[in-house]
Design a protein around this ligand. Sequence first.
Ligand SMILES: [Zn+2]
Ligand SMILES: [Zn+2]
Length: 356
Amino acid sequence: MQLYNNLSAKERAELIEQAGKERLTISFYKYAKIGNTEIFRNHMFLAWDELEVLGRIYVAKEGINAQLSVPAENFEAFKKHLDTISFLENVRLNIAIEHDNFAFLKLKVKVRDKIVADGLNDDTFDVTNKGVHVNAEKFNELIEDPNTVLVDMRNHYESEIGHFKNAITPDVDTFRESLDLIEEDLREHKEDKKLVMYCTGGIRCEKASAYYKHKGFKNVFQLEGGIINYVRQVEAEGLENKFLGKNFVFDQRRSERISDDVIANCHQCGKPADMHTNCANEACHLLFIQCDECKEKMENCCSTNCMEINRLPYEEQKALRKGQGNSNDIFKKGRADHLPYKKDLRNIFETLNTSK
Ligand SMILES: [Zn+2]
Ligand SMILES: [Zn+2]
């Protein structure tokens, strides 16, 4: 019995290509008590491997968080299998707007402490006491309410390329930082304002809404199924789309275009741009926004220094990296000092007290 994928990314890509199957990109999550995470993990891996599922799935005692792709022809079987697991019966599947057969190259099912690294100690509050879930139509109504404070629960590199009109987009690297910032700034409004929040697929808001209720906020709402589900509903029901730009996603596609607005700028020249680049230097891998011209001029790198290193023969690069840890350890997202147009850390709440 094989419980892990041992093929390289390249071999996988070739297999996907050969199979020539249309794949659907899907994400879902569920908070549930899972007793033996190891057994559950193995069970899921075996079933999904057979259905040719690829993706990144986290299993923890608190539930499951999955981002994956499945051949369209196996979708029904995949759903059927989910329905055999009591807490996953009829779980909401967020189906991506744009599909890419190479969004994921491997099936990885990992046991973790948490399904989202939230930095919270759950014993202090009840995660099941969450906010009111709203659909796209209700959400559109709510965010026009002058008494609403709309908060983007994602990180800076996500909201930078796309967010809802009038949303507060905390300039943070982690979910935990966001929670504190928002609470601090809305301290005086726990009872009178409507706190409306959203994230990519809804999972972060599940925790955040329960956290804010625990902290004394009286009117907490969350966008059900996040941006992904919102866009689906907007299309299906002909609603007005209030999301500007692109939705950042955590697979090879990096983002999905939702509206034609380009709301970000190239971190190198400042021109409007909203394409993320991973610096080509293996020892850097900085994720930053780069326009096409800079991409060409800088050879996919974030700096001239990285460009020079990237030009060296591979063996020489490897020797340089020795003792510096691998690139994953230093993977960082758009915070490098040498990118002059990166927006400054500023008080994102400045406008809040004056406008609302
Ligand atoms: Zn540029
Ligand atoms: Zn670099």
